[in-house]
Design a protein around this ligand. Structure first.
Ligand code: KMH
Ligand code: ZN
Length: 304
């Protein structure tokens, strides 16, 4: 039977505590949600740490380590640490988790984009905020570039390589596939590249099946069969695009980093609920969820 790797992105750095009372904040909450996602069928959990007092995304390596160790002590799910970090962090802050905590897998953002979160307050009609940092954090993105220059695109894989950490290339736009080809050709990245297509970020490609097809076709023209791919999409496009991903033979990512809802009008209480939902859809299509060890095999993660 076909297998799909379900990744659960547990809390991210896009949503803020006012947007959902269920967003996990403390290391204990993030770890609980990650273990719950694993129990529901996720083979991989994608992790960002937050300040336990304010809920703000943090680059504090002790907090990051606390989250990672709590998860590692409870289950064998693959941990994919963010190196995207939170908006406004330096590239050095973002990548430091790799040499410090040596995750098996870590995100590797494959190019620069405008990363616009400034429209969310109006769309969600939020006027009162739990924390002072939230509105300025979102509003500053009107003048914010999520920087992933060729300099850092060349540097990060070398830091990953030293720890045998596999990069998960976050691809928000089609030109980034070309960036990856350059990195492979110059020996900075090894194939098969693991690509996560991220659709629906304001500033990059909108979430549509046509755009997913275009990205997939572009990746095939660029790498032949020598890549592994997954898809995730923001907000209400999460389940439709993941379902399309399943039909196309890909892997899928859900979780509250990407979407705070389970269905229209129903907030997700955990990422596990979204994992269970996409797993049900997969099973209807004759596709089983891969175990963490099967994901390790497919992605070529380090042994032991
Ligand atoms: N932090 C966002 C700017 C990643 O984890 O690498 C992008 C992000 C991707 O969350
Ligand atoms: Zn992330």
């Amino acid at each position: 039977m076909a297998r799909t790797i379900i990744t659960a992105a547990i809390t991210g750095a896009i949503h803020t505590p006012t947007m959902s009372q269920y967003l996990p904040i403390t290391p204990e909450e993030i770890a609980d949600h990650a273990v719950g996602a694993y129990e529901a069928g996720a083979a991989v959990v994608h992790i960002h740490p937050r300040d336990p007092e304010t809920g703000k995304p943090t680059s504090d390596l002790n907090i990051f380590g606390d989250v990672i160790n709590r998860i590692r002590s409870r289950c064998n799910v693959v941990i994919c640490a963010t190196t995207g970090g939170g908006l406004g962090m330096s590239i050095e802050e973002r990548v430091a988790v790799v040499p410090t905590h040596k995750p098996e897998l870590a995100s590797f953002n494959a190019g620069s984009i405008n990363f616009g979160l400034f429209d969310i307050p109006a769309r969600m009609k939020i006027t009162e905020w739990k924390h002072e940092w939230e509105l300025p954090y979102l509003e500053m993105t009107k003048d914010f570039v999520f920087r992933n220059t060729f300099q850092s695109l060349e540097q990060l894989p070398q830091i990953f390589e030293q720890q045998d950490t596999k990069p998960e290339a976050e691809v928000y736009d089609s030109g980034m596939i070309n960036n990856l080809r350059y990195l492979v050709d110059r020996g900075f990245l090894k194939t098969p590249v693991y690509v996560q297509f991220v659709l629906g970020i304001m500033g990059a490609m909108p979430a549509s099946i046509e755009n997913l097809m275009f990205l997939l076709q572009t990746a095939r023209r660029t790498f032949g069969d020598d890549f592994v791919w997954s898809v995730c999409a923001a907000g209400r496009f999460q389940m439709p695009l993941c379902t399309a991903g399943l039909l196309l033979g890909g892997n899928v990512r859900v979780g509250m980093e990407d979407n705070l809802w389970l269905e229209k009008g129903v907030p997700a209480k955990t990422s596990a609920e979204q994992v269970a939902k996409i797993r049900r859809i997969a099973q209807e299509l004759g596709i089983e969820a891969a175990t963490p060890d099967e994901a390790r095999e497919t992605l070529g993660l380090r042994k032991g």
